[in-house]
Design a protein. Structure first.
Length: 584
């Protein structure tokens, strides 16, 4: 029976995670609709930290420049305890990492992603809420409703829930969302301050009582604009959401709040997370905290917004079911310590989108979509546990050496070793299958008069076969041609191929594009000594490292991801689909 689809993928939620999912789907040529129940983006600087790995993602997508021009650098953190300055933390990464830490208000992140998505002819459908959905073996039927009450039924191949901590998609799937809530309440505020502290540094000022526990807290993250910061502070009793609700007989404050932005404290699902619909803090509330905790005399001004918020720590038991999947806060929520949440959600969406694209095109190996949960849920579990630990004990709770700790906070150590769609890591120097493909510089071509970075060669591509050649293979075009041909055939034309040659090797007159490793940086970082083939996934992680490479071993690896070619594999794929249908 033929099915008619209104779109390939419906994305619910147009925050940074949903916009990333939609943009990546469109970039891979997949039709997509994205809906959000809010009538307009919120002008709030909620998530502000941008990790170096997220900037690498945006580079590969082709939108890093817009983010770099809008963001401000995060150079480190100044810490004060009971007024005494502690050792300064400087955010320093190895020189081969192309980007540092940055701060960018969430509304700016959404603006940049939305503009990027619009290039592909897709716009967010606002004031449109996902109410319910059902799925079968062939697709998903969703019911949408606008603010005026009009309803629409949408048939799609897949549904992706990026709809936040109170996700309709997660609840519709019946996923467990285990965890708990922190008792503390906080204030958030976007304000300007006139102190003379170094530009680009966050500020963390604490007061410890006689028992050593923190009883007062001020955390300030720099924002674009002169002297602007997003400040987090403990809530005074008169602004407590619980106190106001008790005083109002358990009802949300109808007058002065920011609106129930994340379904907040009054949510029926019992998840206490996000901005609360109570009276918003004002400038005097912020000034009172500054008077107590600011390391310099300071006056706050120009408040743009403020709210009370609560924090929970929860993670789902699985990241989806069948043709319905979730990402971001719909799957995991945790303290904002280290700016991990939004960045982790963006990586969820990035990991998922290329797999969905192959599934929609019918070029995926059975089990490919299941690898989304296999790869990303352990990352979510680690982030939740780490941020909870850091919130309670500080970053010093982790015994890792400072360099490793910095790489982890930058999300540069996220990897998928052991995933069923990557090869075993094996032994040896350099990145192994499952690891992030590091950038390097010093690649030169026959025309450009300037050296390129590796990410310049990977930008705006999908799967890539990168061949490193030295010795006899460097001058043999047939060697690269044979591997490139195998890649095309085994992937249905989904792989691009280029070659990196050792410095001084003769460049072949024909065959895949070739670049010289003029400074030897690629050979050093990737630990290559002889001819090697790297399969790099669209999300910038290595799927295979073959040395010496051969067409048979390359085809065997690609069979883990791409449509099987043998009759036995097609029969097995049919059995898996039939089994999945029966289970539903």
């Amino acid at each position: 029976m033929a099915h008619t689809y209104a779109t390939d993928v419906l994305v619910a939620g147009a925050g940074p995670v949903g916009l990333t999912a939609a943009a990546e789907l469109r970039r891979h040529g997949i039709s997509c609709r994205i809906v959000d129940k809010l009538p307009a983006p919120l002008p709030f600087a909620k998530a502000v930290g941008i990790q170096p790995r997220t900037l690498e993602i945006w580079d590969l997508m082709g939108l890093a420049r817009a983010a770099l021009e809008a963001a401000v650098p995060m150079r480190g953190q100044l810490t004060y305890v009971n007024g005494a300055e502690q050792p300064r933390i400087d955010l320093v990464l190895p020189p081969e990492v192309p980007y540092g830490f940055a701060a960018l208000p969430q509304y700016e992140t959404e603006r940049i992603l939305d503009a990027f998505l619009t290039r592909y002819g897709t716009r967010v459908e606002r004031d449109t809420e996902l109410v319910s959905f059902t799925q079968d073996a062939e697709g998903v039927t969703s019911r949408l409703r606008t603010s005026c009450g009009a309803e629409e039924e949408v048939r799609s191949r897949f549904l992706v829930g990026c709809d936040g901590a109170h996700s309709v998609v997660r609840k519709g799937l019946g996923l467990a969302f285990g965890g708990g809530a922190f008792p503390e309440e906080y204030m958030l505020a976007d304000v300007a301050v006139d102190w003379d502290l170094p530009h680009g540094y966050g500020v963390r000022s604490m007061h410890r009582g006689e028992d050593g526990a923190v009883d007062d807290l001020l955390v300030c993250i720099p924002l674009p604009g002169h002297g602007r910061y997003r400040m987090s502070m403990l809530v005074p009793p008169e602004l407590s959401a619980e106190g106001q609700r008790d005083a109002d007989g358990g009802q949300d404050d109808p007058g002065g709040g920011q609106g129930d932005l994340d379904a907040g404290q009054g949510a029926s699902d019992g998840v206490v997370h996000g901005l609360q619909s109570v009276r918003a803090p004002g400038l005097p509330d912020v000034q009172s905290v500054l008077d107590r905790l600011s390391p310099r005399p300071a006056t706050a001004s120009g408040i743009r917004w403020a709210s009370v918020f609560r924090i929970s720590h929860r993670i789902v038991d699985r990241y989806g079911d069948g043709r319905v999947l979730i990402a971001g806060d719909a799957a995991h929520i945790h303290p904002p310590t280290g700016a991990q949440g939004m960045n982790t959600g963006i990586q969820d969406a990035w990991n998922l989108a290329w797999k969905l694209a192959l599934a929609v095109k019918g070029r995926h190996r059975p089990g490919l979509l299941a690898s989304y949960d296999t790869e990303r849920r352990p990352v979510g579990e680690e982030v939740v546990s780490r941020t909870v630990r850091h919130a309670a004990q500080g970053i010093q709770a982790d015994p890792e050496d400072p360099a490793t700790l910095m790489l982890r906070e930058a999300q540069l150590l996220v990897g998928y070793r052991g995933s069923p769609i990557v090869d075993p890591p094996g032994e040896g120097p350099g990145p192994r299958p499952g690891d992030r493909a590091p950038d390097c510089s010093g690649l030169t071509g026959p025309i450009a008069a300037y050296p390129l970075r590796l990410y310049d060669c990977l930008r705006e591509r999908g799967h890539v076969l990168l061949l490193y050649a030295n010795g006899r293979e460097a001058g043999d075009p047939d060697w690269a041609d044979a591997l490139a041909r195998t890649a095309r055939e085994a992937s249905g034309g989904a792989l691009d191929t280029f070659v990196v040659l050792e410095a001084g090797a003769p460049a072949p007159a024909a065959g895949p594009p070739a670049y010289h490793d003029t400074g030897g940086e690629f050979a050093l970082l990737y630990g290559v000594e002889g001819p090697t083939a790297f399969v790099i996934r669209p999300d910038g992680h290595l799927a295979a490292r073959l040395s010496p490479p051969a067409p048979d071993s390359l085809a065997a690896h690609l069979g883990k991801t791409f449509t099987p070619d043998t009759a036995a594999d097609r029969e097995q794929a049919g059995r898996e689909r039939e089994q999945a249908t029966t289970q539903r």
